[in-house]
Design a protein around this ligand. Structure first.
Ligand code: LLP
Length: 428
């Protein structure tokens, strides 16, 4: 494998591959498989690289928690001074528990419930990214009732094609996210200035895993023009949130990732005359390449037409291939045979969609061998489920030759803790 993963894959250990000085085979033996492994150093590198590019800007980086909400990952973000972009009270609580200050938290999402808005108001989060007129009215009413001053940004839907997978594209007019410039214009015109809710921000997030700068440029230029228009009408915009979306390399031989310097340059140029605070909401870019999923081959099945490598990880651990036909590089952990084989790499779940790779070339392997599925630091553990009554996988962090469990493998008792054994039937 080449080295696009900035989790330092180290092929020099005696017989197996290491990450940040820790032998993956040893981790698998100690914690079992499937096992998510994250490199703290790789995450810190990304944070540092981003911070370097932001020097001189009034910028706040709010990590998109949905990418990976593990407590240890959030603590790394908190220690580096990052804020958070959250979409639920569960994420809010995780962030506060990990030490991310409420004044560095922005609350996004198309379906914030009243209870969630109240909780976030009481926690004094910095800003709400508002997605509909009903939400705006509710937020205003709750802020005024509770005499809590807070800030809102209008999430703009700029009708831009992010040129990514349709299921993670959010900036087209047909998508459920944000509102049109016309609607936003009306919100600003009608907003009572006496309200405790300060409508003083704009937010735009057009999608995820974007590998082309043009859609970002178009969306930001449209938003900048709108901000100028609003300023001309006396509406002061103090915060412009540019969302997340920066793509990463899943495929060594094909994906061309955007250079962070080029991305920030597009933001700077598109918003050159904006004088307020910029908010960045990267998720995937900070954590995806820092993670890998260790899985063991249960058996090799020679089907009628295809060879199936059946592994002990499944779509409940990593849904991306099933949901988006996403590519993840896969390689053996132990020094591999010179002979190659073509196979489908599949999990044990009872769905044909439980397939990590089709017609993939691998070095010849056998039952019991360890494989690593690369680039699973984002949207893997955070999207995991108990489908087929499979417990959630364990997670480990490695840091410069050391390692620590950061999530215990779920036990059967934990998985079924909410089951009601003897329902107490009642009549109305
Ligand atoms: N801000 C907002 C408002 C978002 O909805 C998202 C992601 C982000 C920031 C972070 O985007 P990122 O920098 O990670 O691209 N499950 C999918 C990705 C869904 C992204 C949802 N929103 C996947 O596995 O590809």
């Amino acid at each position: 494998m080449s080295q696009s993963c900035n989790a330092r894959i180290d092929p020099t250990l005696s017989s197996s591959v290491g990450i940040d000085g820790v032998d993956l085979a040893v981790l698998a033996a100690r914690f079992g498989t499937p096992l998510q492994v994250y490199s703290a150093g790789a995450i810190r590198q990304r944070i540092h690289a981003l911070h370097c590019e932001l020097i001189g800007l009034d910028a706040m980086v709010c990590y998109a928690v949905k990418a990976n909400s593990n407590h240890a990952v959030l603590q790394l973000m908190a220690q580096a001074g990052l804020g958070a972009d959250i979409v639920s009270s569960g994420e809010l609580r995780r962030c506060l528990r990990a030490g991310i200050a409420a004044e560095r938290i922005v609350f996004s999402g198309v379906g914030k419930s009243e209870a969630e808005i109240i909780e976030a108001l009481d926690a004094r989060v910095s800003r709400f990214n508002v997605e509909s007129f009903d939400e705006l009215c509710l937020l205003r009413q709750l802020a005024d009732q509770r005499a809590t001053t807070t800030h809102a940004a209008v999430r703009i839907n700029p009708d831009v094609d992010a040129q990514t997978h349709a299921k993670i594209s959010t900036g087209r007019a047909e998508n459920k996210f944000g509102v049109s410039f016309d609607e936003a214009r009306r919100w600003f015109a009608q907003h009572p200035r006496t309200s405790r809710l300060r409508l003083d921000g704009l937010h735009v997030h057009i999608g995820s895993q974007i590998l082309n700068l043009d859609p970002f440029r178009v969306a930001l230029e449209r938003t900048a023009a709108f901000q100028r228009e609003l300023a001309g009408q006396g509406h002061l915009i103090t915060s412009l949130d540019v969302g997340g979306g920066l793509g990463v390399r899943y495929r060594d031989d094909e994906d061309r990732a955007i250079d962070i310097a080029d991305y920030v340059d597009v933001v700077r140029r598109s918003l050159h005359d904006f004088r307020g605070r910029l908010v960045f909401e990267p998720g995937r870019w900070l954590v995806a390449e820092a993670g890998l999923l260790l899985t063991r081959i249960i058996r090799i099945k020679h089907g009628q037409q295809r060879r199936f490598v059946v592994v002990d990880a499944a779509m409940n651990d990593l849904l991306r291939p099933s949901l988006y036909d996403a590519w993840h590089d896969i390689a053996p952990v132990l020094k591999a045979s010179e002979n190659r084989m073509t196979c489908d790499i599949v999990g044990p779940v009872c769905e044909t969609g439980d397939t990590f790779a089709r017609s993939r070339e691998l070095p010849e392997c056998a039952a019991g061998d360890l494989l690593m599925i690369r680039t699973t630091g984002a949207y893997a553990a955070s999207m995991a489920s108990n489908y087929n009554s499979r417990p959630l996988a364990a997670e480990v962090m490695v840091d410069d030759g050391r390692y620590a469990a950061i999530r215990q493998r779920q036990t059967f008792e934990q998985m079924t803790a909410g089951d009601v054994m003897t329902p107490q039937w009642q009549s109305l």
